[in-house]
Design a protein around this ligand. Structure first.
Ligand code: NDP
Ligand code: X15
Length: 337
């Protein structure tokens, strides 16, 4: 069994911990936090061992009546692989610790690409991460773009990508984020960081991205234009996407008009935390004009990278190939709306 440490138990970390626990070939050694709060309490209630990420603050857990298994160094030492899901920039600070204990590490999209050996998306470049020591699972938006582009590149070739990303201002629990009543060009400079980030997955891709932030918490929304290398009928693209387990084509009959109903659907379907691990592509939006393809997709920022982290664990340890890992992850998590 692969022994997995989770350092950073927030939006991404707690979801990765739950997903790892579902895997037949993995166990969660424990999770690390800097302080006691509701997430620390639920981690213990779920049976995860809790480790102190900052030793000097370990007493705070005892004062809150929460049992600590040890310092984060013990967790990293014991594990075969660590998933670092700490806030942006903290992963870079933790890298030396992972190297000291010779534990391969996965970082998240908030870290710089040059921190790692490989930036990762399971559908696009799984093999690049095999036996790598430091791998970055790209951000929610980059994951969403890569999942669509990988099959398009394979089937038709891609000449140029133009994407406008309407980004949620913050996650539902991030009460300090905004905007509350505005629409921000963000980043105002063009291209946004997303295009170069997608190029860490496909180094020969021509892509321009523009970003905005809006007063929403549920999901991001992408407006995508891909110039293909050949003329393709929209129905062919729909068929291509229908074969991809991590692309959900929203059928017209469902009458889902936005992120709100998507989340409602996920909750009705019994998804944990209402998570939507798949890209949500409005089937009616898939259109072609000559070689240009257009579509809208919703991206659930809190959860689409979760199965990617599970696959990255197998990749760095050489525990499965892409097809096998993706199939296991999809089956155990229930991916495929
Ligand atoms: N949320 C999102 O939409 C997405 C985020 N990402 C990326 O994932 C990473 C994590 O983001 P997210 O989960 O949203 O962040 P959160 O803030 O929700 O969670 C991070 C957690 O790490 C804990 N933490 C802080 N400092 C340390 C430390 N030194 N050691 C261990 N734990 C620490 C914090 O909890 P506490 O201090 O209480 O222990 C916090 O809850 C970032 O790189 C982000 O860019 C990627 C895709 C989507
Ligand atoms: O990596 C993300 O978004 P991004 O790809 O738009 O930078 C996550 O949704 C986190 O975004 P945040 O930096 O706005 O919290």
């Amino acid at each position: 069994m692969i022994q997995v440490a989770i350092n950073g138990y927030g939006t991404i970390g707690k979801r990765v911990a739950d997903a790892v626990r579902e895997q037949p070939d993995m166990e969660v050694v424990g999770v690390a936090k800097t302080r006691p709060n509701f997430e620390a309490e639920t981690a213990l209630e779920k049976g995860f061992s809790l480790y102190a990420a900052i030793e000097e603050r370990a007493d705070q857990f005892a004062e809150a009546g929460l049992e600590i298994a040890g310092p984060v160094e013990d967790l990293v030492d014991e594990a075969d692989v660590v998933v670092d899901a700490t806030p942006s920039g903290i992963g870079a600070e933790n890298k030396a610790m992972y190297e000291e204990y010779d534990t391969p590490a996965l970082y998240q999209g908030g870290e710089d690409a040059d921190l790692v050996d490989v930036s990762f998306n399971a559908r696009s470049n799984f093999e690049d991460a095999v036996d790598a020591d430091h791998v970055r699972v790209v951000s929610c938006n980059t994951t969403g773009l890569s999942r669509v582009l990988a099959p398009l590149r394979e089937a038709y070739g891609v000449e140029k990508v133009r994407a406008t990303l309407v980004r949620r201002g913050g996650d539902p629990g991030q009460t300090s984020r905004g905007p509350i009543n505005d629409i921000l060009p963000n980043p105002v400079t063009i291209p946004s960081h997303h295009g170069p980030d997608v190029e860490t997955i496909f180094d020969d891709l021509d892509i321009d991205t523009l970003g905005m932030k809006v007063p929403a918490t549920l999901m991001h929304m992408h407006s995508l234009n891909v110039t293909l290398s050949e003329e393709v009928d929209a129905s062919e693209v729909r068929d291509l996407f229908a074969d991809e387990s991590r692309l959900f084509l929203i059928p017209e009959r469902m009458d889902i008009d936005g992120s709100g109903k998507l989340k409602e659907y996920a909750m009705d379907a019994g998804r944990p935390r209402g998570d939507i691990w798949e890209n949500c592509i409005w089937e009616e939006s898939i259109s072609t004009v000559g070689t240009d393809l257009y579509l809208f997709q919703g991206i659930h920022q809190e959860s689409d990278v979760v199965p990617e982290n599970v696959d990255a664990i197998r990749a760095v340890l050489g525990a499965a190939d892409a097809e096998e890992s993706i199939a296991t992850t999809d089956e155990t998590m229930g991916i495929g709306l």
